[in-house]
Structures are given as structure tokens and as C-alpha cells.
Design a protein around this ligand. Structure first.
Ligand code: FES
Length: 118
């Protein structure tokens, strides 16, 4: 799945896959080289990455669904904004980290460090 990584100054971005891996309206689990698991969501053709671990009880957000542009946790249904990681509904009350995503041609890159400290 992971094919390359590159250091651009303080930015460390990794090729996570291709745009065809995450069709519009879906969310998938992807993994950084450092082992951090992320949920990669395609909202109306734009890709966004947030932590894969729900802040309520560690549900895998990337195994949930996208509903009205929000990532829905598959365990108890908390909603998160994939653009910011902000929690939108109970039972979760804490945000998750969000990560910078860029697309070049069909290749998807994520700065796996950009969410650290969040
Ligand atoms: S684990 Fe996500 S809502 Fe409970």
C-alpha cells in the first residue's frame, strides 16, 4: 500500500495510494510508515485524512461511513468533520487529529506528521 516517502524541509509526506482507492462518498483506512492509522475520506472529490481512532472508545473511523460529508464512527455513531477532525456529535466529545493531504496526478500523499500534537 505504501510506496514512498519524501522529506520536504519540515514536511514529511508519504504516498498512501491512488485516488481510485477511495471513491467519492467513501472512507478508508490507510497507514503511515510510522504505523499511525488514518481514516482517508473522499468528500465530493476532495480527500481528507483524520486519525483512525475514535476518541470515544477507539472505534476505527476509517471502517465507518461518510454521511452528509461527515465520518460516522462504526461503533456508536459519533460524527466527525473529516476536514478538521472536529467532533460533531455524541457520544465522542474530543476532536481527532487531521492531516494534510495532497494529490498529484492520481497519487495521494499525506503529511503523516502534520497531525502530531493535536
Ligand atoms: S467508539 Fe466511536 S462513538 Fe464510540
Amino acid at each position: 500500500m505504501l510506496s514512498s516517502s519524501r522529506e520536504d524541509g519540515c514536511v514529511s509526506r508519504e504516498q498512501i495510494g491512488n485516488t481510485s482507492d477511495v471513491p467519492e462518498g467513501t472512507v478508508r483506512v490507510v497507514e503511515c510508515a510510522n504505523g499511525r492509522s488514518l481514516a482517508l475520506a473522499n468528500v465530493e472529490g476532495e480527500l481528507y485524512a483524520i486519525d483512525n481512532v475514535c476518541t470515544h472508545d477507539a472505534g476505527p473511523l476509517g471502517e465507518g461511513e461518510l454521511f452528509q460529508g461527515h465520518v460516522i464512527c462504526p461503533r456508536h455513531g459519533a460524527a466527525f468533520d473529516p476536514k478538521t477532525g472536529k467532533v460533531l456529535t455524541l457520544p465522542a466529545v474530543h476532536d481527532v487529529a487531521s492531516f494534510e493531504v495532497t494529490v498529484e496526478r492520481d497519487e495521494v500523499y499525506i503529511d503523516c506528521r502534520s497531525g502530531e500534537g493535536a
